[in-house]
Write a protein of this length. Structure first.
Length: 148
């Protein structure tokens, strides 16, 4: 979890910092993958727009930045480590289901695009962008099967 938070060294409060981040995300039903990836931008000094706006998250970000300041890791290196620990793309169920449905109809283009994106999960280039967003409410897959 330290790697996912961009921490290079261990400190006593790290477990609570990680737990509080997960709890803040869960409280607002934030997308965990995109939220962890947003820490890259935050480590580079940009506004982490993909993080939920809440008092708990604001307080957490302040604690996280204080914690980062206690390490000698340059911002560029920290951002690179965060980018390598937090994927931009995961095989989200709604994309898998769409690719399977298209393949069942003989169209392998969606499957090949998804496969290309998940083969490079830490990239956030143009090929990955369509596969980064969480599902809209209508796209949520409620029933999954072994292997999805």
């Amino acid at each position: 979890m330290r790697r996912k938070l961009g921490l290079a060294t261990a400190e006593d409060g790290d477990e609570a910092l990680a737990r509080d981040f997960l709890e803040a995300l869960q409280a607002v039903e934030a997308d965990f993958t995109l939220s962890f990836r947003a820490l890259v931008a935050a480590a580079e000094g940009a506004a982490p727009t993909a993080l939920p706006k809440s008092p708990a998250m604001d307080a957490w970000l302040a604690r996280w930045r204080e914690r980062l300041a206690r390490e000698a890791l340059p911002a560029v290196e920290r951002a690179a480590r965060l980018r390598a620990a937090n994927p931009a793309v995961i095989p989200r169920n709604h994309h898998v289901e769409a690719a399977l449905a298209a393949a069942a109809e003989g169209d392998l283009v969606p499957f090949k695009a998804l496969l290309a994106a998940v083969r490079r999960p830490f990239d956030d280039g143009p090929a990955q962008v369509p596969f980064m967003a969480p599902p809209d409410p209508a796209e949520r897959v409620r029933n999954t099967f072994c292997g999805t």
